[in-house]
Design a protein around this ligand. Structure first.
Ligand code: FES
Length: 72
């Protein structure tokens, strides 16, 4: 299915780019020209990016260097 009519880019083209490391609209625009003409395809392309690269939140635990203080 065509996602970007202006540049003849299909969902398969976008998915392949994502699978090969594209992780932003900027990446897709550079690689496939997605969204570089009328821009009507941007929402759909962004949706594909978000589905393939869900925001991953990592937590980092840093041990405290402060001495433990006990209150009586
Ligand atoms: S449909 Fe993609 S730039 Fe027009």
């Amino acid at each position: 299915m065509y996602i970007c009519i202006c540049n003849a880019v299909t969902d398969t083209d976008i998915q392949t780019a994502i699978d090969n490391g594209a992780c932003s609209m900027n990446d897709l625009s550079k690689q496939l020209k997605v969204g570089t003409c009328c821009g009507r395809c941007k929402d759909c392309a962004k949706k594909m990016l978000n589905q393939s690269n869900p925001l991953q939140i990592q937590t980092l635990t840093i041990p405290s260097l402060a001495p433990e203080i006990a209150f009586a």
